[in-house]
Design a protein around this ligand. Sequence first.
Ligand code: BTN
Length: 251
Amino acid sequence: MTSPLFSKTIKHFNVLDSTNTEAENWLKEKKPDEGSAVLADFQTGGRGLGKNHWESAPYMNLLLSVILYPEFVKAEDQFMLNKIVSLSVKECVRNILDSNDVRIKWPNDIYVGERKISGILSRNSILGNHIMNTIAGIGININQTKFSANIPNPVSLKMITGNDFGIAEVLNELLKILEINYATLKKNKFAEIDKLYLDSLYLYNQQANYFANGKVFSGIITGVSNFGHLIVETNHGIREFDLKEIQFLNK
Ligand code: BTN
């Protein structure tokens, strides 16, 4: 299969451990062209953030890992990659649903309203002060309507619309947008990307409750640092949180 945009190879598997692992192995063997991707109908060991597992019923959803070589991005700016991938998935889902209610929930989720439709697991390999390669792993819930009870607030395109969607169409839409956003990053348009990201950020500039360091507190998300830390304004000043250091409670 060929990607319409990067015009590079997409390796399509029926069953894989994880598309991210397959992409890592592909990178070890050779240097696939930029934009090459691994697609699976089912993963036996789908990986999520931290120790989480990514659940996806066979043939129901998009399970994809895209290989990029953002050597032009400095190591300290690596969260920009996370931003353009998140923005691309958000725009893709937003276009398909024709809805403004699609947001990026820091650090790596895409939400429709209060429910999670997509998770992103990106890995950057750094050499010196630059990024050598990136594997952007993306799961989008498309036609699955039943999820395990332990998955927090999942949703799919079908659950929202009642319709089935072609996985290939979602894939094409996503790659088209990702290529555009990647080109924007290549032109170093950081301010443009930052604005789009903050405009899309779940609970940005809104008062909400959080849990960190054993305490519940109220705060307002005011941004995300270059390192990808969440910046929250609280009654005790401005605080920054790394992945897994803060939990979102409710609005
Ligand atoms: C998360 O929400 O914790 C991130 C989930 C990322 C899931 C995708 S599915 C395709 C790719 N392959 C994996 O093993 N994980 C990512």
